[in-house]
Write a protein that binds this ligand. Structure first.
Ligand SMILES: NC(=O)c1ccc[n+]([C@@H]2O[C@H](COP(=O)([O-])OP(=O)(O)OC[C@H]3O[C@@H](n4cnc5c(N)ncnc54)[C@H](O)[C@@H]3O)[C@@H](O)[C@H]2O)c1
Ligand SMILES: O=C(O)C(=O)C[C@@H](O)[C@H](O)[C@H](O)COP(=O)(O)O
Ligand SMILES: [Zn+2]
Length: 357
C-alpha cells in the first residue's frame, strides 16, 4: 500500500492506495474510535459489487442512489439528508462515500452541510475518482450548469482499493483515463509520454502500472490543492478541458456523455485553442489521434447548438463579468488562465463540431 498525504488549511489527510484495502477501512482511519457512527452513501451498481465488503459483520446504515450523473441532483440530495436525519446522525458521525465521483460529490456535499458539516471519508471505486475523491470539491448540478451548488469540504481520509477498478465497464475506464491524461497534460510531459507509450487500453494495465499511474495523478492534484485549496489561483489549472466539457454535459443533458468524455472533447478543444493563441505546436494532432484510438470522443457532438454552448461557458465558475476564461497550455505541463473573446471561441467551436460521415 502507498500513502500520499494531502496538505490543506485544516491539516492533512491520507490517501491510501492499494489492492484489497477496502475491507481494512476501520484500521486505516486515524480516529475510528472517536466517531459515534458511520453511514454509507453509495449507488446501485456499486452496492451490488462492494457494499457487503464494507459492511462486514457490522450493521451500518446506508443510503443507495441510482447510478449515474442524474443523482447529483437536489432531489437525491434532499432524500439523502432525510436518510441521515432519520438515522439520527450526530455531529460525531462520519459519512462514508462508496463509489465514483457522483457519489463522492453528493455524499461530500451532504457531509459538508449536515448539521453545518460532519466528517466523511472517501472509498472511491472508479478510475475517475482518483481526481474526485481528493481535494474537497463537493456538490450537485443545476440544470443551468455543472457543480454550481456545492462546498469545499475535505475528506478525513481516502481509501482507494484498486481491486474495485477491475469491475468497471470499459466506458468508465476510458472516462477516468481522461482525467489522468489531464493531470499529465497540465503538469508533466514525461508522465504523458509514459501513458502514450503503454500502447494498450488502461483496463489492461497491470496492478503495478495502475498503482504508479494513480500515484502520479494524485500527486499532481495534491500539490495544486496544497498551494490553492479554494481555487483563487492555480487550482483553476485542474479545470483544463472543463470550460467546454461542462457546457457539453449540461447542454446534452446530464448523463448523456460521461464527465471524462466531455473533458476529452474539451481538452482537444483547449489544445487547439492553445496552439492558435500562443502560435505554437502542442502535439494536438497526435493527441487527437491517440484519444480516438482509445475510444475517447474528440469533437463537439453535431446535435449541439454552438451559440448555446457559448452561453453555457459563460456560466462557468471561472468566468468573470461574463467574459470567457479558458485554461490553455503554453507548453505541455505549463498551464495558464486566459480570457478569450466570444468571436474567437465561436470560430473554434465551429471547427470542432463532429463532421458527418
Ligand atoms: N470533486 C471533484 O474534484 C471532481 C473531479 C472530477 C470529477 N468530478 C465529478 O465526478 C463525476 C463523475 O464520476 P465518475 O466518472 O466516477 O462517475 P460515477 O460515479 O457515475 O461512476 C460511473 C459509473 O460506474 C459505476 N461504478 C462505479 N464504480 C464501479 C465499479 N467499481 N465497478 C462497476 N461499476 C462501477 C457507477 O454506478 C456509474 O454507473 C462527475 O459528476 C464529475 O463532475 C468531481
Ligand atoms: O479539483 C478541481 O479543482 C478540479 O477542477 C477537478 C475537475 O476534474 C472536476 O471535474 C471538478 O469537479 C470541476 O470543478 P468545477 O469547480 O469546475 O465544478
Ligand atoms: Zn473533471
Amino acid at each position: 500500500m502507498d500513502t500520499i498525504r494531502i496538505e490543506t488549511s485544516g491539516g492533512s489527510y491520507p490517501v491510501h492506495i492499494g489492492k484489497g484495502i477496502r475491507t481494512k477501512w476501520r484500521e486505516l482511519i486515524d480516529d475510528y474510535a472517536s466517531y459515534s457512527s458511520f453511514f454509507i452513501i453509495t449507488d446501485e451498481a456499486v452496492e451490488a459489487h462492494y457494499l457487503s465488503s464494507i459492511l462486514g459483520e457490522e450493521k451500518l446504515s446506508y443510503f443507495i442512489v441510482p447510478s449515474g450523473e442524474e443523482s447529483k441532483s437536489f432531489e437525491q440530495y434532499h432524500q439523502c439528508m432525510t436518510a441521515l436525519l432519520e438515522a439520527e446522525l450526530d455531529r460525531k458521525s462520519c459519512i462514508i462515500s462508496l463509489g465514483g465521483g457522483v457519489v463522492g460529490d453528493l455524499a461530500g456535499f451532504a457531509a459538508a452541510t449536515y448539521m453545518r458539516g460532519i466528517d466523511f471519508i472517501q472509498i472511491p471505486t472508479t478510475l475517475l475518482a482518483h481526481d474526485s475523491s481528493v481535494g474537497g470539491k463537493t456538490g450537485i448540478n443545476h440544470e443551468l450548469g455543472k457543480n454550481l451548488i456545492g462546498a469545499f469540504h475535505q475528506p478525513a481520509a481516502v481509501i482507494y482499493d484498486i481491486e474495485c477498478l477491475r469491475t468497471l465497464p470499459d466506458r468508465e475506464w476510458r472516462s477516468g483515463f481522461s482525467e489522468v491524461i489531464k493531470h499529465a497534460l497540465i503538469h508533466d510531459e514525461t508522465f504523458l509520454n509514459w501513458l502514450v507509450d503503454r500502447r494498450k487500453a488502461v483496463q489492461n494495465y497491470s496492478d503495478e502500472e495502475l498503482q504508479f499511474m494513480l500515484k502520479k495523478g494524485i500527486n499532481v492534484k495534491g500539490a495544486i490543492v496544497k498551494e490553492d485549496e479554494r481555487e483563487t489561483g492555480v487550482r483553476a489549472y485542474l479545470n483544463f478541458g472543463h470550460t467546454l466539457g461542462h457546457a457539453i454535459e449540461a447542454e446534452l443533458g446530464y448523463g448523456k456523455v460521461t464527465h471524462g468524455e466531455a473533458v476529452a472533447i474539451g481538452m482537444i478543444f483547449a489544445l487547439r485553442m492553445s496552439e492558435e493563441y500562443f502560435q505554437t505546436k502542442l502535439r494536438m494532432d497526435e493527441l487527437r489521434i491517440w484519444f480516438e484510438s482509445l475510444g475517447l470522443p474528440v469533437a463537439v457532438p453535431r446535435e449541439l447548438d454552438i451559440m448555446k454552448l457559448l452561453q453555457r461557458m459563460k456560466v462557468d465558475k471561472k468566468a468573470e463579468n461574463k467574459s470567457l476564461k479558458f485554461i490553455l497550455l503554453k507548453e505541455i505541463g505549463t498551464p495558464t488562465k486566459v480570457s478569450i473573446d466570444d468571436e474567437a471561441a465561436l470560430k473554434l467551436l465551429k471547427k470542432s463540431v463532429e463532421r458527418s460521415v
